[in-house]
Design a protein around this ligand. Structure first.
Ligand code: AMP
Ligand code: GLY
Length: 426
């Protein structure tokens, strides 16, 4: 069967690579895809252009479409394809609201007693400003809608909180996405990302991972889409897995069903392990980036078959097995990211490396590789243990350079400390 993947990031590169291994996959296409996806034929176009997607599906006899980015999901791409008789992986528009509206997600958690930070929702800047003045810092300000991962401010001072409110509600920094904001209690603790397959009834968590969202070492600097990840996450021990399954994963799937918004696809749980138990920081209606680049290389089973079982409601019968190994992914970014950055820098790779390179913001021009985005590419290594995976990824990333390239030097360090602690080495 012919398959189409929508998207162009490192996450989609990892998905394409895994789907290409499936015996069920004949021809593989990506729209718009990227330079690294050698396994797929690239189709020009925008992931938001429904007619273009449908035309490509018809022209290439495609029977299954994988919709990964948040925008087309929130815009109803899956509904549209289904209405046209085409099966697609991902939630419909109603279910995608779990990511596209933070207010919807917070209200869902409150209604179904799913643990999360206390919060209030505001549509008026003056009310929001009085609220933070009363509560004080640290406090967290979140734009309601999609904002490329930049709509969240963890304000350590009242000034920062007030600025974040004014940016969103007065200067409209995030457009419509910031007209409504969520202000929530500041939580402390290590973060855990869990991606889970679900067909709306059954939920199967994947191997856990740890993202590194801040731009600079030591979790300093602005929030980014994610500067690197490791999997599995050592904080996600057996007790934590049980707690998450019972108090968060199953209740969320059931809550969505009860609301008439059964979620099918990959549901991303952004979690924080606080001293009062695990709490949900955010839901995403899709695979995370860069978590996917760390998690999927550890999957032994057929990704395409699992994806298809989430759409046809047979996930319960799926066989999902994982390698007993660890992975580390390091993002190589353009200087200035996540704010302003220059494009068009020549990328050189000094020698072949055995780690996997997942491409994202890269363009080929006259036989040269040039940067074309904030997060340019990712280097991913798998090894029997976390320490070796980290060392290998850091060794191999040295082979790649471009003007202004920057990376975090501490991806996986916190995870390694925790793991060593658990083994009694601390
Ligand atoms: P989000 O996009 O909601 O995941 O937020 C981005 C990042 O901000 C998270 O990964 C956390 O590091 C941080 N964050 C979000 N909400 C909170 C909170 N309530 N308390 C502390 N940190 C938070
Ligand atoms: N890495 C976080 C995200 O994909 O939103």
């Amino acid at each position: 069967m012919n398959i189409l993947v929508l998207g162009s990031g490192g996450r989609e590169h990892a998905i394409v690579k895994k789907i290409a291994e499936s015996p069920l996959c004949d021809k593989l296409f990506a729209l718009p895809g990227n330079y690294g996806m050698k396994e797929a034929k690239l189709i020009e176009g925008s992931v938001m252009d429904k007619d273009r997607v449908l035309k490509s599906v018809r022209e290439n006899d495609i029977s299954f479409v994988v919709v990964t980015p948040d925008d087309p999901l929130a815009d109803g791409m899956v509904d549209f394809l289904n209405e046209n008789g085409i099966a697609a992986f991902g939630p419909d528009k109603k279910a995608a609201k779990i990511e596209s509206s933070k207010a919807f997600a917070k209200n869902l958690m409150k209604k179904y007693s799913i643990p999360t930070a206390d919060y209030e929702i505001f549509t008026n800047a003056d009310d929001a400003l009085s609220y933070v003045r009363e509560k004080g810092a640290p406090i967290v300000i979140k734009a309601d809608g999609l904002a490329l991962g930049k709509g969240v401010t963890v304000a350590m001072t009242l000034d920062e909180a007030e600025k974040a409110i004014r940016d969103a509600m007065v200067s409209h920094k995030f457009g419509q996405s910031g007209e409504k904001i969520v202000i929530e209690e500041y939580l402390r603790g290590p973060e855990i990302s869990v991606l889970a397959f679900t067909d709306g009834q059954t939920v199967v968590p994947m191997v856990s991972s740890m993202d590194h969202k801040r731009a600079y070492d030591g979790d300093e600097g602005p929030n980014t889409g994610g500067m690197g990840a490791v999997a599995p996450n050592p904080y996600y021990d057996e007790e934590c897995q049980k707690e998450c399954m019972e108090r968060i994963f199953i209740p969320t799937i059931e809550a969505m069903r009860a609301e008439g918004s059964a979620f099918k696809g990959c549901l991303y749980f952004g979690l924080m392990k606080t001293e009062y138990g695990v709490k949900v920081i955010e839901y995403n209606s899709r695979f995370g980036d860069p978590e996917t680049q760390a998690v999927l290389p550890l999957l032994e089973s057929d990704l395409l078959a699992i994806m298809m079982s989430t759409t046809d409601g047979t996930l319960k019968e799926s066989k999902i097995e994982w390698k007993d190994a660890s992975s580390c992914v390091i993002a190589l970014a353009s200087s200035g990211y996540p704010e302003q950055y220059e494009k068009g820098k020549r990328i050189s790779i000094s020698h072949p490396i055995s780690s996997q390179i997942y491409y994202a913001g890269v363009q080929e021009k006259n036989g040269e590789l040039l940067t074309s985005g904030g997060r340019v590419l990712y280097v991913m290594a798998v090894a029997p243990d976390l320490k070796d995976a980290i060392e290998k990824a850091y060794e191999d990333v040295k082979a790649i350079s471009f003007d202004g390239a920057f990376l975090r030097k501490d991806i996986g360090m916190k995870a390694l400390e925790e793991e060593n602690g658990k083994k009694g080495l601390r």
